[in-house]
Design a protein around this ligand. Structure first.
Ligand code: ZN
Length: 250
């Protein structure tokens, strides 16, 4: 260590200019970093994919982050809270879901009563067939606008795309979006869908039991793929970025 300090103290003008240049270059590199949301240069922060609030305070996994403008990222903050709350409310069958409800969602209502009202406004009675008795049982469900899921899953797809290809998903690419029943009911269909594109489901568990995904590349040259996202082993979505482009290859 002493040698390094001595070297730096004695560094020649040439050495100094090298140091100066590397700082300037790093700054330039940062400012040219493209935002995964709007696709423009100058990303000055990093965004979690999916939103950080989905995860516990001390996650064990390695969370995915991608470059974003602070402004682009912050435009989602209210939406992020709504997404977290509806996903966790819908995942009460999972141990991690119940824990997240008690430890994250309930305490957050004190700070943000509007978020509580948002959920209350969307409670609806649903009749569920009891698999044992065959009788219909009245339960409470949450009716959430598809637009919230679509907006957020599109954004998460942009994040996973960036994470896979190190570039933003082009703004004008259409992103097909589907919400699926829980894994035990939908995995067979999803596997069949992927198989039709020559893909095999291989999970990436970002935080086991909380968020897992699969990003399959159908067409490497055109960067067309399929993303499958599962939250709390309950809420399943899939998206197909770039669908409709290069229709000849479907
Ligand atoms: Zn941006």
């Amino acid at each position: 260590m002493t040698n390094v300090i001595q070297y730096l103290l004695k560094s020649t003008s040439q050495g100094k200019s090298f140091l100066f240049e590397s700082v300037a270059m790093a700054r330039k590199r940062r400012s040219s970093r493209l935002c995964y949301l709007c696709g423009k240069a100058g990303a000055d922060s990093r965004d979690h994919v999916p939103p950080r609030g989905i995860f516990p305070k001390l996650p064990r996994g390695n969370l995915i982050t991608v470059p974003a403008h602070k402004a682009c990222n912050e435009a989602f903050s209210e939406d992020d809270e709504a997404l977290r709350n509806v996903i966790i409310a819908a995942s009460s069958r999972s141990e991690a879901g119940r824990q997240a409800w008690d430890e994250e969602v309930l305490p957050s209502f004190a700070k943000n009563p509007r978020a509580r009202q948002f959920l209350l406004d969307r409670l609806v009675p649903v009749w569920v067939k009891d698999p044992q008795t065959g009788a219909f049982v009245r339960m409470t469900g949450i009716a959430v606008e598809t637009s919230l899921y679509k907006r957020q899953m599109t954004r998460i797809t942009r994040g996973l795309f960036y994470n896979r290809f190190r570039m933003p998903l082009p703004q004008d690419w259409p992103i097909k979006f589907h919400k699926m029943p829980p894994p035990e009911q939908s995995m067979r269909d999803l596997e069949a869908l992927l198989a039709r594109h020559g893909l095999k489901l291989r999970w990436q568990h970002v935080e086991p039991g909380i968020f897992s995904y699969y990003y399959g590349v159908v067409d490497e040259d055109n960067r067309i793929g399929i993303a499958v996202m599962v939250f709390f082993d309950t809420e399943v979505f899939w998206t197909k970025p770039g669908s409709g482009r290069g229709r000849h290859s479907n």
